[in-house]
Ligand binder design. Structure first.
Ligand code: KG4
Ligand code: ZN
Length: 334
C-alpha cells in the first residue's frame, strides 16, 4: 500500500506545505513572509497572522502540484517545535482540524530533526552514524545521528545561533533582515583576511557567537567615528571577514568533534547550510580530513515542509502518531 502524507511547516516566517508518497517528495511549496523585512527581525504576532492568511492557499497548491486530492492523504504532519508559539499553533490547529475531519492519523515532527532528515529526500544519502552540523537562525548544534529517529546533541551554542550572528551583524552593516544570504553575496568580492575579529573558545563540542557580534559592533563604532562612510566603502571586505570568522569557528569545532567521536560521515543542515563559503569549505574537507560530506540542496536548507514530510514518513513507518491533545513546544528539545 502506498502512503501519502501532507506536511505543514509554520515554525517561524515560512509558511510551507508538502506532499510525500512513500518517501518521495511530490511537492514543496514555500512562502517566505516579507512583512518582517522592515522591522529588522521576525515579529511573532505578524508571523502568526501571515500563516493564518496563507496556509489554506499554500496547502491547496501543494496538493494540486502533487496531483492528489486531500481525501487521498493517509496522515497529516506538522512542526511541533521548536519555534514561535503562535506560529506553531496555526500549523498545529490547522493539521488537527484536517486530521479530525478526515479521521486519519496526526504526526508531530521536531523541526531540528527534520532539518537533518532532509538529507534523506535525495541521493546521496548519508550512512549511519554521521555527524550533522545543524545551523539555523535559532540553533547551532553538532548532532550524532545513529538512525533516522535516533539522534544525540553532542554540542550546541551557549548563546546566539550562528544564523543570528549573521543576521545581527548584517543589521549593523545596514542590510535588511534576514541578512545572512546578503553577507554571503557581498563576501564573494571581498577580502576575508582584511579585518580580524576575536573568537570565543568554549569547552567540548559547544559554540559561542555572542562575542564576535559584540566585537563587530565596537569595531564599527570606532571606525565610523573616524570615517562616516566606513561601512559603505568597505562593505565587501567587512562581509567577507565576518563570514570567514563565523564559518571558521563552525568548522574548527566540527573537526574537533569528528575526531573526538571518530566519525567521518559529516553533514550540514539548516538555513546557514545555504552559505556558499560553508558549502565550499566543508566539501574541501573531504580531502584534507578524509571525510565523506553531505550537503543538501539549498531549497532543503532553509525552512520547508519537504523536510517535515520526510521526517513524518519515517515516523509513519514506526506508527509513531500524535494524539489530538498535542500542543506546540516553543523550546522542544531533540
Ligand atoms: O533554518 P532556517 O531557514 O530557519 C530557522 O529555523 O531558523 O534558517 C534561517 C537562517 C537565517 O539566520 C538566515 O540569515 C540564514 O539562515 N541564512 C544564511 C544564508 N541563507 C540563509 N546565512 C548565511 N549565508 C546564507 N547564504
Ligand atoms: Zn529551521
Amino acid at each position: 500500500m502506498s502512503v501519502k502524507i501532507l506536511a505543514i511547516e509554520s515554525s517561524c516566517d515560512e509558511t510551507s506545505a508538502a506532499v510525500i508518497q512513500d518517501g518521495i517528495v511530490l511537492s514543496n511549496i514555500i512562502l517566505s513572509q516579507s512583512v518582517h523585512e522592515i522591522y529588522g527581525g521576525v515579529v511573532p504576532e505578524l508571523a502568526s497572522r501571515a500563516h493564518q492568511q496563507h496556509i489554506i492557499s499554500i496547502v491547496d497548491r501543494a496538493l494540486k502540484e502533487s496531483k492528489f486530492d486531500i481525501k487521498a492523504m493517509d496522515a497529516i504532519a506538522f512542526t511541533e517545535g521548536p519555534g514561535l508559539l503562535g506560529a506553531l499553533l496555526v500549523g498545529i490547529s490547522f493539521s488537527k482540524g484536517l486530521a479530525l475531519s478526515m479521521d486519519i492519523p496526526l504526526i508531530s515532527v521536531n523541526h531540528m530533526q527534520a532539518h537533518i532528515l532532509a538529507h534523506f529526500i535525495d541521493d546521496p544519502k548519508p550512512s549511519f552514524p554521521f555527524l550533522c552540523l545543524t545551523v539555523s537562525g535559532g540553533h547551532t548544534q553538532i548532532v550524532k545521528v545513529t538512525n533516522y529517529l535516533d539522534m544525540e546533541v553532542l554540542g550546541e551554542t551557549r548563546d546566539d545561533a550562528v544564523g543570528e550572528a549573521f543576521d545581527k551583524t548584517a543589521k549593523m552593516l545596514g542590510l535588511p533582515y534576514p541578512g545572512g544570504h546578503l553577507i554571503d553575496s557581498y563576501a564573494q568580492e571581498g577580502n576575508p583576511s582584511r579585518f580580524k575579529f576575536p573568537r570565543t573558545e568554549i569547552e567540548g563540542c559547544n559554540y559561542s557567537f555572542s562575542g564576535i557580534k559584540t566585537a563587530v559592533l565596537y569595531f564599527l563604532r570606532d571606525e565610523i567615528k573616524k570615517d562616516d562612510n566606513f561601512i559603505k566603502n568597505n562593505l565587501h571586505d567587512l562581509c567577507a571577514s565576518i563570514q570567514y570568522s563565523l564559518i571558521d569557528m563552525l568548522l574548527d569545532k566540527l573537526a574537533f568533534c569528528a575526531e573526538k567521536f571518530g566519525i567521518r560521515n559529516i553533514a550540514i543542515a539548516g538555513g546557514v547550510a545555504a552559505n556558499s563559503e560553508l558549502r565550499k569549505k566543508i566539501s574541501n574537507m573531504e580531502l584534507t580530513h578524509n571525510w565523506k560530506t553531505f550537503i543538501p540542496k539549498i531549497e532543503y536548507c532553509t525552512d520547508n515542509a519537504a523536510m517535515i514530510a520526510i521526517a513524518a514518513h519515517f515516523k509513519y513507518m514506526n506508527k509513531d502518531f500524535a494524539d489530538l491533545s498535542v500542543t506546540p513546544e516553543a523550546r522542544l528539545k531533540m
